[in-house]
Design a protein around this ligand. Structure first.
Ligand code: HEC
Ligand code: HEC
Length: 235
């Protein structure tokens, strides 16, 4: 009897300790500590470089998880591993709440590959009308790709057993904060393509229950591009 009481009080003590040990983030401290991050992730977490993800408005739980994952190597990226190596748990919390509190900027519409346009312009065997038609066909193809992304995001793809992204990433790509499912809204298309391909090929393999791997491996490269283009400009 005495023994079990002791066990109960010890576990209460442990519970309390873990309550105290839980770091609580401080936004202004986080702003100071994120100075070195700005060179790649931009002012206020709005990176200008297509392969450097935006961190602005991302939820704290997801950011904390990713920083720890780079630190312990369960998400592997040599650059990020060295960036987080010296951060304490408190630093990570502070930086996460700082980025969560920032607004994410919108992207411009994905551009048609300029090489494709040059190819049409430089093709002397085409008349001006034919060139105009060829440019329009490219535009239409791009529009169709974004429409396909919209459809998969909202409805999934039953034939290929791809779950609708909206279920976890939200109607506006805002993510799911209590579950720490990441926001996708405003993210760069090139980073989305890169990271979805990493999930698909198991380069990025620390996702809970392997859920993003299971989804991405059923997506063709074309479908990944479609969804990335759509998500990068979703309103
Ligand atoms: C030299 C450029 C560079 C610097 C500086 C940098 N990062 Fe990164 N960061 C990256 C790249 C590149 C990725 C994407 C890695 C990948 O493709 O998996 C990334 C990814 C991340 C992610 C994951 C985002 C997501 O959506 O999953 C977080 C969080 C992050 N960085 C936080 C930080 C913090 C905090 C700092 C400063 C302490 C920092 N980074 C400094 C280049 C950088
Ligand atoms: C069952 C829930 C669920 C569904 C459905 C889902 N996701 Fe995810 N997604 C997650 C979780 C959880 C993560 C975070 C994984 C991690 O911790 O590494 C994630 C991460 C991502 C990321 C990485 C974000 C970043 O900043 O690096 C992208 C991109 C993504 N999902 C796209 C999609 C797309 C596109 C679909 C639909 C085809 C989809 N997801 C469907 C749960 C889901």
């Amino acid at each position: 009897m005495k023994k079990s009481l002791l066990v109960v009080s010890v576990s209460f003590a442990l519970l309390n300790m873990s309550g105290i040990a839980q770091a609580v983030g401080d936004i202004s401290a986080g702003q100071g500590k994120s100075g070195t991050c700005a060179s790649c992730h931009g002012e206020n977490g709005n990176s200008m470089m297509p392969l450097f993800p935006k961190l602005a408005a991302q939820n704290e739980g997801y950011l904390v998880k990713q920083m720890h994952a780079f630190k312990d190597g369960s998400r592997s990226d040599p650059t990020m591993a060295s960036m987080v190596a010296g951060l304490s748990d408190q630093d990570i919390e502070d930086i996460a709440v700082y980025y969560e509190a920032q607004a994410v900027t919108a992207n411009s519409e994905p551009q048609i590959n300029p090489d494709d346009l040059d190819e049409i312009d430089d093709n002397d065997s085409l008349s001006e009308d034919e060139k105009t038609a060829a440019r329009k066909a490219l535009q239409d193809k791009q529009g169709a790709l974004i429409a396909q992304g919209y459809d998969v995001y909202r409805n999934g793809d039953l034939d290929n057993e791809i779950s609708a992204c909206i279920a976890c990433h939200g109607p506006e790509g805002e993510g799911n904060e209590p579950a720490s499912f990441p926001a996708l809204k405003g993210q760069h298309a090139d980073y989305l393509i890169k990271t979805l391909t990493d999930f698909k090929t198991d380069v990025r393999s620390n996702n809970p229950d392997n859920m993003m791997h299971m989804i991405a491996k059923k997506m063709t490269d074309e479908k990944i591009k479609a969804i990335a283009y759509y998500v990068s400009v979703m309103k």
